[in-house]
Write a protein that binds this ligand. Structure first.
Ligand SMILES: Cc1cc2nc3c(=O)[nH]c(=O)nc-3n(C[C@H](O)[C@H](O)[C@H](O)COP(=O)(O)O)c2cc1C
Length: 203
């Protein structure tokens, strides 16, 4: 089945929380490469002006962007073609942490597509091949039969042509930390021309 990570990474010292590079801090908060990828709420701008949100797996993060992978035929891809901007939120309730961020969206490099697909669970690899308009209209029994047949006859799968990836180049990140003995606190980073501006916020 679809699974998402519940693990979390390390943090920085309180003394460094305003001066640390926020993408470095984000990568520290993420689980390690051998853990399941974390679930990220991803909001795009709907064509009717209402925001749209859904969860996707965060595939990876580098110095400038976070990456996710999806189906070229999905609504989010059409919305991003119209307006390449997105917001994300990730929560780690076990340790009282949340990250919210937003930025400009670009296509992820093609060379990473295969590798990311190969790291997805077998269930998600099958979904990427099978979960289309044609399958959705069938009865539950027929859908399961087709799934089982495809699974059996395709022991090794490469990414389908509909598999694509996007990077969100983050321009603002807000890290929320809970405190069991006191109030929560947020630190917000906003990208400037050549660096980051940071401030501590309540809430
Ligand atoms: C735990 C979980 C993980 C998911 N991961 C992804 C993902 O990595 N990529 C993706 O496109 N959809 C993923 N989905 C499905 C999306 O939430 C969404 O239903 C689908 O992408 C269609 O969204 P759209 O019509 O808004 O484009 C996931 C759903 C769940 C529940």
């Amino acid at each position: 089945m679809i699974t998402s990570g519940t693990r979390f990474g390390s943090d920085c010292d309180t003394d460094d929380q305003l001066s640390i590079d926020p993408m470095t801090l984000l990568r520290r908060w993420l689980p390690g490469p051998d853990d399941p990828p974390p679930l990220m709420a991803l909001a795009t701008c709907g064509r009717d002006g209402y925001p749209r949100v859904r969860h996707v797996l965060l595939s990876e993060a580098d110095d400038t962007a976070v990456y996710f992978h999806t189906d070229t035929r999905s609504s989010k891809v059409a919305e991003l073609a119209d307006r390449p901007r997105a917001s994300i939120a990730i929560a780690w309730p076990e340790v009282g942490r949340q990250l919210v961020a937003h930025g400009d969206v670009h296509r992820a490099p093609d060379d990473a597509l295969r590798q990311t697909y190969s790291r997805r669970s077998r269930y998600l690899q099958l979904l990427a091949w099978l979960n289309d308009e044609q399958l959705v209209g069938l009865s539950a029994g027929e859908r399961r039969r087709r799934w089982a047949r495809f699974d059996e006859t395709h022991p090794h799968l490469d990414a389908p042509a509909t598999w694509t990836g996007f990077g969100i180049a983050l321009r603002e990140l807000t890290f929320w930390r809970g405190d069991p003995d006191g109030p929560s606190q947020r630190v917000r980073f906003v990208r400037t021309a050549d660096d980051w501006k940071s401030e501590v916020l309540p809430g």
